[in-house]
Design a protein around this ligand. Structure first.
Ligand SMILES: Cc1cc2nc3c(=O)[nH]c(=O)nc-3n(C[C@H](O)[C@H](O)[C@H](O)COP(=O)(O)OP(=O)(O)OC[C@H]3O[C@@H](n4cnc5c(N)ncnc54)[C@H](O)[C@@H]3O)c2cc1C
Length: 490
């Protein structure tokens, strides 16, 4: 074997997955088709749960340096802020980090952890057998135990695996780009995600939106509905963008110094399965949708954090097939929910006057605390739940808290830098850890005070989700949970 896992694609998903695999003790090689990194950022924001996961891995300080903060988020540009503060979190905001910076920081981290990143080497196909996968790349063959396709929406790995990509064709078409303007830009309500600069043109069912992401440089979008592009793949010219601005806003506003132009639609698709034997999918390779609300990168990042420790455990011999299958079982419904909420947003940002009543109804609903919480929980990722159990925290993220432990004060979020499991044991529980036989995979902390419930034992997975919670005396149940998530006792 050349390595344990070949990761196809050095986007945010592939890079984060490689970091997680390395932390779990698996040897990963990332192969990337592009010779050079991308020059323009697509995503601009990290949702609250992603920020928490960065903190769990000790990466948040790097990401916060120079980053802005967006309070209240954005759902369908309805102008109703989401109340992320309702969640038990230290990070109730969106952290504004351009995707290029995210990729740079994750590549730096992957290299620190010993991951090899091979550029100019796209995956072209693969063949799998009982022992491993032979991966064909532009630069030769690689033999590995597993292959993970993190190779974006057009995923070669997904297509070669014959996994269907089921979904909906677009009805929204947009030109997007980075540029400067010498003239004034229209300011108003705006239906695009970029208030307060914006203009809605109900007669043409179109809108224009722009926001400044560097001094004087705008990310501008002109969007319209039910009038498809002549050629979805044709490069966008400056003339085409200028004509779209004039048609939909009445002026090109002195557009100049255009550095990036692209096409965007609300096409949405979800992979029929996340796994075929030794081949798995993550990130945009498994799901695509309109980037409304800023969720795609976050979804891929969280796929990586869900899959990394499981696949590493399988490679190291204590993770089961069932554990690996739990990746798709847990993550696919989450992506399905995001696909649905972005389809909803794609309807709400269609300025057809016939939808105005629908928009107003949604505004009213978003003002209600329960509805606001539902949508905020979905967009931020705070409400992600992987199954359930007797205790309300099972399957949910472990809330962060300052603990007083037998060894002094510890913050829960500081306990996961090594991507290991964690057992929080109340002081009045057994003196020896009931998971001593899992000590090579699970740390135990004896808690004197602090945390969500200091009388309850909590077993937390490496991705920060609660695997089991209950009375410390229920050792048999705890052992069962430890075996399910961490494999057989040593
Ligand atoms: C305009 C726009 C704005 C967005 N804004 C946001 C936002 O604010 N927040 C958010 O969360 N998301 C946003 N998104 C979505 C986000 O950019 C994507 O979800 C994210 O890039 C997905 O990451 P990924 O690593 O899965 O895939 P990608 O970023 O597509 O990376 C895939 C990588 O694989 C490489 N590759 C392709 N084929 C092969 C092959 N055969 N072999 C090897 N390598 C290959 C590619 O070169 C690429 O580097 C936005 C998207 C767009 C278009």
């Amino acid at each position: 074997m050349d390595c344990d896992v070949v990761v196809a694609g050095a986007g945010p998903t592939g890079l984060m997955l490689a970091c997680e695999l390395a932390l779990g003790g698996a040897r990963a090689v990332v192969v990337e088709r592009r010779r050079e990194p991308e020059k323009h950022s697509k995503a601009m924001g990290m949702q609250g749960r992603t920020v928490e996961l960065l903190e769990l891995r000790g990466l948040l300080d790097r990401f916060k340096e120079g980053a802005g903060v967006l309070q209240g988020g954005n759902f369908a540009s309805l102008g109703v802020p989401m109340r992320f503060e309702e969640f038990d979190t230290r990070h109730p905001y969106v952290l504004l980090v351009p995707q290029l910076r995210t990729e740079e920081l994750l590549a730096e981290r992957a290299r620190e952890l010993g991951v090899r990143i091979v550029r100019g080497s796209g995956v072209t196909g693969f063949a799998q057998d009982a022992d491993g996968v032979t991966v064909e790349t532009d630069t030769g063959l690689l033999r590995a135990r597993y292959l993970v396709g993190c190779d974006g929406g057009g995923s070669t790995v997904r297509k070669a695996a014959g996994i269907g990509f089921t979904g909906q064709d677009p009805h929204m078409y947009a030109l997007i780009g980075d540029m400067r303007f010498s003239g004034d830009l229209p300011r108003g309500e705006g239906l695009g995600p970029m208030r307060p600069v914006g203009l809605v043109n109900p007669a043409k069912r179109s809108w224009f939106g722009a926001f400044q992401h560097q001094p004087g440089v705008y990310r501008a979008t002109v969007a319209w509905f039910d009038r498809p592009f002549a050629d979805r793949r044709a490069p966008v010219t400056e003339e085409e963008m200028r004509a779209a601005l004039v048609e939909h806003t009445g002026s090109d506003h002195g557009m100049h110094d255009v550095t990036w132009l692209s096409r965007l639609t609300d096409v949405s698709r979800l992979a029929d399965s996340y796994r075929l034997g030794r081949v798995l999918l993550a990130g945009d390779a498994a799901h695509i949708h309109l980037p409304a609300g800023g969720q795609g990168l976050n979804l891929g990042f969280q796929d990586a954090v869900n899959l990394g420790w499981k696949l590493a455990a399988v490679v190291r011999g204590h993770g089961t097939e069932e554990l690996l299958d739990s990746y798709g079982r847990e993550r696919r419904p989450i992506a399905d929910g995001v696909v649905r909420n972005t389809r909803t947003q794609a309807v709400l940002i269609d300025p057809d006057p016939r939808y105005e009543a629908l928009r107003q109804t949604f505004r009213d609903l978003m003002a209600l605390p329960d509805t606001n919480r539902h949508i905020a929980g979905m967009l931020s990722g705070f409400d992600v739940a992987y199954g359930g159990g007797d205790h309300p925290l099972v399957g949910r993220r472990m809330p962060d808290a300052e603990l007083i432990t037998a060894d002094g004060p510890r913050r829960i979020s500081d306990c996961f830098a090594g991507a290991r499991g964690l057992l929080l044991l109340p002081e009045q529980g057994p003196t020896a850890s009931p998971l001593a036989a899992w000590a090579d995979r699970v740390d135990t902390l004896t808690v004197k005070s602090g945390g969500p419930d200091p009388d309850t034992a909590h077993l937390v997975r490496p991705d920060g989700y609660v695997a089991w919670a209950g009375e410390p005396a229920r050792t048999e149940e705890l052992h069962h949970a430890a075996t399910t998530w961490f494999g057989a006792a040593a």
